[in-house]
Design a protein around this ligand. Structure first.
Ligand code: 3Y8
Ligand code: NAP
Length: 255
C-alpha cells in the first residue's frame, strides 16, 4: 500500500501532518536536521538529508513512497528542485504546498531585492539598527556592512562566533506574536528589517509590526522553482492525496 512522504519544516507541513494523522494515513515526516530540537509531529519522523536526487529517488523506491508532499519553506529551493527530479525519475506523484507570497500595501516602504547579496548591498548606507530576520545560515552575506547594529533571531544558540562588531541576539522560534514583535522592534529601536518573503503566518508578525511602526523593509523575493503541481494550503493537499492515492485512506474515514 505504501505511504506518503512529507518534506516538512513549516507551519503548513505541520497542519498537513495533523490532518493525515487524524485519518490514519500512513505517512512519514521529513526534516533536514537544521535545528537541535525540531518540533515533534503526530507521525513517524526521519531527520537528515537524503543524499541528493539519487538518495531521494532510492529512498522513495525502497520505502514504497506512493506520493510526495513538498511542504518545505519557499526558500528551501534545493530540496524542492531535488523533489521534482526524484519524482520524475521514480514516477511518483508530487504536490507542493506553496503559501502565497506576502503582498505590499500602499503605506508599506519595501525595497524588493532578488537575493541575499542584493539585500546586503541595500544596506551600504550610514549606521542603522537592522533587524536581520533571516535566521542563521546566511548572515555572512552582511559582513561587509559592519557599520550597522544588527538584531539577530536564531532558533538555537550559535556554535560559531557572530561576524559583526555590534549585535544583539535573540534565541527564539516561531510562530511569533504581533505584540511581542512590536515590543522587540521598539526595544531595539529598529530602523529597518531584512526579511525573506516567506509567506504564511509564522514569520509575518515582524512585517505587520514594521507596517504599524512605519519602518522600512528589505524584502527578499523567493528563489525560482521548477514547475510542479501546487496548492496554497493543507486542506487542498489532502484532497489531492485522496484522489491520487485513495488506498491510503481507510475506507470508513474518507477525506
Ligand atoms: C528545522 C522545524 C510551526 C512551523 C515553524 C514557517 C514558520 C515559524 C518563521 C524571524 C524569521 C526563518 C527560520 C523561520 C520561521 C516557522 C516554522 C519558521 C524564520 C523551524 C524548524 C526548522 C527550521 C529551520 C530554520 C532555518 C532558518 C529558518 C528561522 C521546527 C523552527 C529565519 C526563515 O539554525 C538554523 O540552521 C535555522 C535554519 C532554515 C533559516 C536560516 O537560514 O537560518 N528555519 N525552522 C527544519 C528542518 O530541519 O527540516 O522545529 O519546527 C520551523 C519554522 N520556522 O508552525 O511550528 O512555516 O515559515 N524559520 C525565514 O522565514 O526567513 C524566522 O525570526 O522572524
Ligand atoms: P535547502 O537549502 O533547500 O536544502 C539543502 C539540502 O538539505 C537538501 O538538498 C536536502 O539534502 C536537505 N533537506 C532540506 N530540507 C529537507 C527535508 N525537509 N528533509 C530532508 N532533507 C532536507 O533547505 P533549507 O533552506 O536549508 O531548509 C531546510 C529545512 O528547513 C526544510 O525542511 C525547510 O522547510 C525548513 N525551513 C527553511 C527555511 C528557510 O528559510 N530556508 C525557513 C523555515 C523552514 P540532500 O540533498 O542530502 O537530500
Amino acid at each position: 500500500m505504501g505511504k506518503v512522504l512529507i518534506l516538512g519544516g513549516t507551519t503548513e507541513a505541520n497542519r498537513f501532518a495533523a490532518l493525515a494523522a487524524e485519518r490514519f494515513v500512513p505517512a512519514l515526516y521529513s526534516y533536514a536536521g537544521r535545528v537541535n530540537t525540531p518540533k515533534q509531529q503526530p507521525l513517524p519522523l526521519r531527520v537528515g538529508g537524503f543524499g541528493g536526487v539519487k538518495g531521494l529517488t532510492d529512498f522513495i523506491l525502497r520505502e514504497e513512497i506512493c506520493a510526495l508532499i513538498d511542504a518545505t519553506h519557499p526558500f528551501a529551493a534545493q530540496m524542492s528542485r531535488n523533489a521534482v527530479e526524484a519524482c520524475q525519475l521514480s514516477g511518483t506523484p508530487l504536490l507542493a504546498i506553496e503559501r502565497p507570497a506576502w503582498k505590499e500595501i500602499p503605506t508599506d516602504n519595501w525595497t524588493h531585492v532578488r537575493d541575499m547579496k542584493q539585500a546586503a548591498n541595500a544596506l551600504s548606507g550610514l549606521k542603522k539598527n537592522v533587524f536581520l530576520a533571516i535566521g542563521r545560515q546566511q548572515i555572512d552575506y552582511f559582513v561587509n556592512h559592519p557599520q550597522h547594529r544588527y538584531l539577530l533571531r536564531f532558533v538555537d544558540q550559535p556554535e560559531t562566533e557572530i561576524p559583526f562588531p555590534d549585535y544583539n541576539l535573540i534565541v527564539d522560534r516561531g510562530p511569533f506574536d504581533l505584540q511581542a514583535d512590536l515590543d522587540l522592534l521598539q526595544r531595539y529601536e529598529i530602523d529597518i528589517i531584512v526579511s525573506k518573503n516567506a509567506g504564511g503566518t509564522g514569520a509575518f508578525t515582524k512585517i505587520q509590526a514594521a507596517r504599524e511602526l512605519g519602518l522600512s523593509t528589505i524584502m527578499i523575493d523567493r528563489p525560482s522553482l521548477p514547475g510542479r503541481e501546487a496548492v496554497p494550503d493543507e486542506g487542498k493537499a489532502l484532497n489531492w492525496l485522496h484522489s491520487t492515492c485513495p488506498s491510503l485512506f481507510p475506507r470508513n474515514l474518507g477525506v
